[in-house]
Write a protein that binds this ligand. Sequence first.
Ligand SMILES: C[S@@+](CC[C@H](N)C(=O)[O-])C[C@H]1O[C@@H](n2cnc3c(N)ncnc32)[C@H](O)[C@@H]1O
Length: 196
Amino acid sequence: MQTSMPQELQLLLRHIYEEGQQHDARTQERREKMLLLEPETAQVLSLLIRSSKRKRILEVGTSAGYSTIWLAWAAGEQGHILSIDREAQKHMLADAHLRQAGLREQVTLLCGDATEVIRDLEGPFDFVFFDADRFSAPAQLSLLLPHLERDVMLCADNVLSHPEEIAGYLQAIAALSDFEHLVLPVGKGLSIAYRT
Ligand SMILES: C[S@@+](CC[C@H](N)C(=O)[O-])C[C@H]1O[C@@H](n2cnc3c(N)ncnc32)[C@H](O)[C@@H]1O
């Protein structure tokens, strides 16, 4: 991977990712797994955010904060990330990782069921990353639509790994006639929808 990210941050991310992989290998209960994003997918998200200077970012599914660090670094000092997870213990870990990365001040962690949390959000957001439970993503998208910038990008992981679970989200995206949409075969399959 070639990136302009500082070496220290790259090393921290590699460490968090490896720890996540080891944790998941010895954990049976799915809800306790970290399920971190593949590094290549995280780099694509970061590239999209940096190249189009996105600053108001919503992440659905924080886990240990691996992808959150990528998003916060990509958005830069003027950016802000709001990240939701229902597991308080994962948020404690994400909090520690974000502090280690020196990016804690750019991130608000909101703990709760994502759909319920999103009901109370005002936005506006110019980038949304869906990486939690794929069944609720269509309802979350519908709640978010009035709170999106005109120029907005919506990304979702797991298109190739969980096609049945994410079908409802992809249908909801396809119904938005003012969005362009494609699926990148990177990692587990990344859906990218873009409104110009
Ligand atoms: C794939 S992991 C997120 C990985 C993270 N984006 C990363 O790459 O570092 C999915 C996360 O979503 C959370 N989650 C799943 N369903 C949720 C829901 N309905 N509301 C809130 N969080 C949820 C899980 O607890 C889990 O931590």
